[in-house]
Design a protein around this ligand. Sequence first.
Ligand SMILES: C[S@@+](CC[C@H](N)C(=O)[O-])C[C@H]1O[C@@H](n2cnc3c(N)ncnc32)[C@H](O)[C@@H]1O
Length: 291
Amino acid sequence: MTPAQPRMVRNDGQAMDLAFSDADLRFVAEIVHRASGIVIRETKSAMTRGRLVRRIKALGLGSIKDYMDLLRSPQLESELPDLLNAVTTNHTSFFRERHHFDQLANETLPHLLARNPKRLRIWSAASSSGEEPYSIAAILAQSLKGFSGCDARILATDIDSEMVSAAEAGEYSQDVLGRAPADLRPLLGCTPSTRPGHHVVSPALRRLVTCRTLNLLDPWPFRGPFDVIFCRNVMIYFDGPTKRTLVDRFADMLSDGGTLFIGHSESLGPNHPRLRLSGRTSYTQSRRHHD
Ligand SMILES: C[S@@+](CC[C@H](N)C(=O)[O-])C[C@H]1O[C@@H](n2cnc3c(N)ncnc32)[C@H](O)[C@@H]1O
C-alpha cells in the first residue's frame, strides 16, 4: 500500500501534489528501462520521486499525476531525453578508482605506444560531467611526452545531455577539484575561471577530449577501434542481458591488445571468450582466444 503522500510548495507559491504510487513508479521504470537499459527498483521510489519533482518544477506542472499524463501522451517522445537526464545517477570524481589510472600510466599506455606510436584512441563510455575523461587526458598527456607525432584522442560520451555540456565546459568547483588526489591534481593544469570559486581544465587537455551525447544501447556512430575503453559504474544500473550485449559490443570495438576498464563493483562473469582479466577490474582483448 502506498503511504499518504506529502505536498510541496512550488516556486510560484502553489502547492504541488507529490502523490507517486507504486504503479507510477513501475510505469516510469518501464519507459526508462526500454529507452536506456537502466533498471529502477521499487526500493528507489523516494529517490526517483525526488528526481522527477525537480523536472516537474522545471516544467511548471502542478503534480506528479500531470507529469504521468504527459508521459502517456505523444509528448513522451520530446520529453524522453529530459526524463532520462532527470533519473540518471551521475556521481563521479577525478581519478576515481585510482588503481586504473596507475595501470593506465604504468602498463597500458606504455605498451600501446610501444606497439603503435602514431595513433591512440580512448573512449570514456559513460563520462558523466567529465572528471573521468579529463583524468584520462591528464595521464595521457604525461605518457605522450616524447611521442610528438602521435594522433591521440579521447571520446567522452554519456546519455545525459546536461552532463555532456558540463564535460564540454571542463569547469569545476574548488570542492570538486579539492577531492582529486593531491599528487595528481596538478596534472589537470586547472586555472581560475570567470565563475567565482571555479576552475577550468587546461586547454591542452580539453583539446584531447571530444564530448558527445550517446545512448550506449543505440547503434554507435563510429567504427573504432579503440585501444582503451572506460565503461565504469554504469553497467551496475543495467540488467544481465543488456550488460552481456554491451560487453560483447565493447569487445568488438577494442583493438587487439586493447583494454576495457569497468567499475569496482562490476564484473564480466567468468571466462569471457575474448576479454581476459589483466588488472583490477580491467580486461584485455585477445583475438587469439577467439579465432
Ligand atoms: C555513476 S556515473 C559514472 C561516471 C564515470 N564513468 C565514473 O565511473 O565516475 C554513470 C553515468 O552513466 C550514464 N548512463 C546511464 N545509462 C546510460 C546509457 N544507456 N548510455 C550512456 N550513458 C548512460 C549516466 O548518465 C551517468 O552519467
